[in-house]
Write a protein that binds this ligand. Structure first.
Ligand code: CMP
Length: 139
């Protein structure tokens, strides 16, 4: 059955005009981009989104980076959406990412790693509702 995941194209990607290139890689997996908007996150939005990482040493840098330019937030739908998207994203650190993945192809560093994707269906639902109203999602 079709399921959903949440995606962010990060500021390093929008800065380098990679929205279309990354969306083509997403669509190449068969996932459908069923909602999408470009936003410049506020500090409060970024801190709230990444609250689970608040105690990590990189939290402040991560938030600074995520508000350094616009992002594109997306809802992706398709078969096994969470693992399908994680496979095409590649490892968090682009140095460890497989050939052909978004991060191997485009990411600059473990911080400027071009994309975020939910790690579970449960978190996908939480993350989607953080940025999208039901009326903005058309399956
Ligand atoms: P993301 O999937 O968006 O979730 C948390 C983010 O923290 C992660 O992608 C990385 O971009 C970032 N991150 C993880 N580890 C580090 C680190 N050691 N230094 C800086 N950023 C990190």
């Amino acid at each position: 059955a079709a399921t959903r995941t949440f995606s962010i194209l990060k500021p390093d990607a929008t800065r380098r005009n990679l929205t279309g290139a990354i969306n083509a890689m997403i669509e190449g997996t068969g996932l459908r981009i069923i909602a999408q908007k470009r936003l410049h996150l506020t500090r409060a939005q970024a801190e709230g989104f990444y609250a689970v990482h608040r105690e990590r040493g990189f939290f402040g840098e991560l938030v600074d980076f995520m508000i350094s330019g616009p992002v594109v937030v997306q809802v992706l739908e398709g078969e096994n959406a969470v693992p399908t998207y994680r496979d095409i994203m590649g490892a968090t650190n682009p140095a460890n990412a497989d050939e052909g993945t978004i991060r191997k192809t485009h990411a600059e560093s473990i911080e400027a790693n071009s994309v975020h994707g939910s790690d579970s269906e449960e978190n996908a639902a939480i993350e989607i509702s953080y940025f999208f109203a039901q009326t903005e999602i058309t399956g």
